[in-house]
Write a protein that binds this ligand. Structure first.
Ligand code: SF4
Length: 460
């Protein structure tokens, strides 16, 4: 099945939605990060000595004001001094990896947050040059240097600095252009601001510009979201991520500032998602994975067509490296042997770096079963299909016997026409794309069996 056809999603009845709209992980990793715990025995970072390619992620947690929907690890502050001392700690943490990671080319550098462009231009330069002393940074068009930015506070000149440092991908958080919705979430930004930054980024040679949109925000409806999508289409970004807003006020304090009565119902959310998807695909964007769209000539769309799409903590990507080193508070790293995560709070992160040069507080060592399921779940999330032969060739595991219980769990999805099973493949139908997370969850060994008190966001 092509990974990018126009959606045809008839029969999404309220009953069907009710069956599948409940809480479910997003599978940016397997096992999911809520399973991480104390690391005992072999350290997963030992495998960094053998990597041939590397990804780097740096978490910059500072923002100038609070968006009420936010579920990120961030610190709202007007004091720049906090960012300077944090940067010292990040560079100190990078030093810890100096003798622990092979000298491998960095094929992907991502600054996320928070708001990475909270950093001054000189501190952005200090960060990249400090990383370059330890890691093999080779900026160029064949690698991905990406940065998340807030269009409300991004200075146009900072785009020049970022480009000079090798950044070639820019991700702008738009969310919604409707003034009422913007006020309800305390994030007011005009389309004109976004237009100016987009044009400047293009002039400066950013090869890919991506916008983040969110549906399900307070006060949103189909018409307002369509209006936002139309404005976005005028600006023609290369990629668009259309995320579902997960309202979890018991977990995220900022969300308590949102009037829950204004949150659209699950059926209103699916109507929004369908309407936005139809507009984007009618305009020529290819639908990728669960929630991404890309122009057909964008490298992410090409990667999807060629079966090279991958998924990591930043979402869909085309440059999976052998390992990821995540720096900064709450950052997660991985190698072929497992995951490890840093202290979440700034205070604990700083104390750990001062004491021992790293801030690892929990993680996960992959066992053989984890590796098989990790591959299968990522195939489903990226390509909406699992080739049984490819799985067997890769892992030596016979699909039918090994996953008998998991496939039995999927019976309702087969019956509802969301999945199909053939002698060679298990695949998600176009209608089933809306419930990709549910299909992946059937193969999550930690979700079934042992009692779970995890709280995941709802599918809708
Ligand atoms: S949404 Fe982004 S800019 Fe807003 S508070 Fe969260 S991290 Fe900061």
């Amino acid at each position: 099945m092509p990974a990018s056809t126009k959606p045809d999603a008839p029969g999404l009845s309220p009953e069907l939605l009710a069956r599948y709209a409940g809480p479910c992980p997003r599978y940016t990793s397997y096992p999911t990060a809520d399973r991480f715990g104390p690391l005992e025995g072999d350290e997963p970072w030992a495998a960094l000595q053998q990597v041939k390619t590397l990804s780097l992620y740096v978490h910059i947690p500072f923002c100038r004001s609070l968006c009420y929907f936010c579920a990120c690890n961030k610190v709202i502050t007007q004091q720049y001094g906090l960012a300077s001392s944090y940067l010292e700690n990040v560079l100190r943490e990078a030093q810890w990896y100096r003798d622990r990671v092979a000298r491998a080319p960095v094929v992907q550098l991502h600054l996320g947050g928070g708001t990475p462009t909270f950093l001054s231009d000189s501190d952005l330069q200090r960060l990249v040059s400090g990383l370059g002393e330890i890691f093999d940074l080779r900026p160029g068009e064949d690698v991905e240097y990406s940065v998340e930015a807030d269009p409300r506070t991004l200075e146009p000149e900072t785009l020049d600095t970022l480009r000079a440092l090798g950044f070639n991908r820019l991700s702008l958080g738009i969310q919604d252009f409707n003034p009422g919705v913007q006020q309800a979430v305390n994030r007011v930004c005009t389309a004109e601001q976004v237009r100016e930054l987009t044009e400047r980024a293009r002039e400066r040679g950013f090869g890919s510009i991506s916008y983040d949109l969110i549906y399900g925000l307070p006060g949103q409806d189909v018409a307002s979201l369509e209006h936002t999508v139309d404005k976005v289409l005028e600006l023609a970004p290369d990629r668009i991520a259309l995320y579902h807003y997960a309202h979890l006020p018991h977990r995220f304090k900022a969300q308590r500032l949102i009037d829950s009565d204004l949150i659209p119902s699950p059926s209103a959310k699916i109507a929004m998602q369908l309407a936005a998807t139809e507009r984007l695909t009618d305009a020529g964007y290819q639908f990728l994975g669960m929630d991404h769209f890309a122009r057909p000539d964008d490298s992410l769309a090409l990667a999807a067509q060629e079966g090279r799409l991958a998924r990591n903590f930043q979402g869909y990507t085309l440059m999976p490296a052998d390992a990821l080193v995540g720096l900064g508070a709450s950052a997660i790293s991985y190698s072929r042997d497992g995951y490890w995560q840093n202290q979440h709070s700034l205070k604990e992160y700083a104390a750990a770096i001062a004491e021992r040069g790293e801030a690892i507080c929990r993680g996960w060592q992959l066992n053989d079963d984890d590796r098989v399921r990790q591959w299968l779940i990522m195939e489903l999330m990226c390509h909406l299909k699992v080739s049984k032969q490819a799985l067997e060739a890769r892992t030596g595991v016979p699909f039918a016997q090994y996953f008998r219980d998991d496939v039995a769990r999927l019976r309702p999805m087969f019956d509802d026409g969301l999945l199909r099973d053939s002698a060679t493949d298990l695949y998600v139908t176009e209608r089933g794309r809306w419930f990709l997370r549910n299909a992946a969850a059937a193969f999550d060994a930690y979700l079934h069996g042992a009692a779970s008190n995890a709280t995941y966001s709802r599918v809708l």
